[in-house]
Design a protein around this ligand. Sequence first.
Ligand code: DNO
Length: 357
Amino acid sequence: MEMTLRYYGAKFDTVTLEQIRQIPGVTGVITTLYDTTPGEVWSRERIRALKAEVESAGLHISGIESVNVHDAIKVGTPDRDKYIDNYIETLENLGQEDIHLVCYNFMPVFDWTRTELARKRPDGSTVLAYTQAAVDAINPEKMFETIAGDTNGTVMPGWEPERMAKVKELFEMYKDVDDEKLFQNLFYFLERIMPVCNKYDIKMAIHPDDPAWSVFGLPRIIINKKNILRMMETVNDIHNGVTFCSGSYGTNLENDLPDMIRSLKGRIHFAHVRNLKFNSPDDFEEAAHLSSDGSFDMYEIMKALYDIGFDGPIRPDHGRMIWGEKAMPGYGLYDRALGATYLNGLWEAIVKSQERK
Ligand code: DNO
């Protein structure tokens, strides 16, 4: 595996490449052209400039998170092919610039959903949190307004103000899309992009829906082992793979995370590893990475990744806000650096204990 950190680009991130470079063991970044909109073609020039920026800091691009999928593709509107053609062109440009991993999601309307961006924990840190009761009580169009005050002035992925301004229209677009239709639209998209992925050896890594159930009555499909295996079998190509995100699949306590990892051998191309602390099955907060701070056994998660021979990039995910830092919620420097170091420590211990058997 390679330890990486997510980086939003100099214009958007409070964390610099120079800081990332000093986290022990972090050699790559997962990044994006954050100011592009879904459906837009990424030019080779811009990709090259992004690479140069990262490489001049002594790091490299380990993958892209995300090349976002236009809603026309998810909904399956008559003009979807035009947007898929653009997506293919972007993949081609990435491939020509030697980038071989793309994370994306197929969630309708909202990307990840949280009801709080700064819940205070007993140690004074603040974290992202989710309470089902708050989702049930709210008009989805007002969702963004309820959390906007806690973004620390940053633009959060999936919650861009331009997108949130169109929430009503987006709900309207999805009104006839159920889980099965969304699946079929995903398969259509994948079948069309697989040839270019094969040509340039680009591994597509779908991010799970977060939380792993339907919110606001919208369809959600990338939520459990059964659905993900269906997706892997239907488009049975190594380039059709997953981002294994412990914090997203883990929102549903019925998901056995190490077992899911083992069942996806060869198809996990990227891993997001973080911990959650459940107060009840309907209320969780994003704990520190350390097992004892949350509800997951992080050793077992890392061990399962080791056992399947996972050799892709891994990144600590959503850190707590600590030590007075002001950054994009979940994406500060300090707690993600602690997370990277902890995960590296687990990995070293696993590797050595296996080698010395
Ligand atoms: C949230 C992230 C997601 C993820 C996308 C992938 O912090 O994990 O926004 O990047 O769903 O497309």
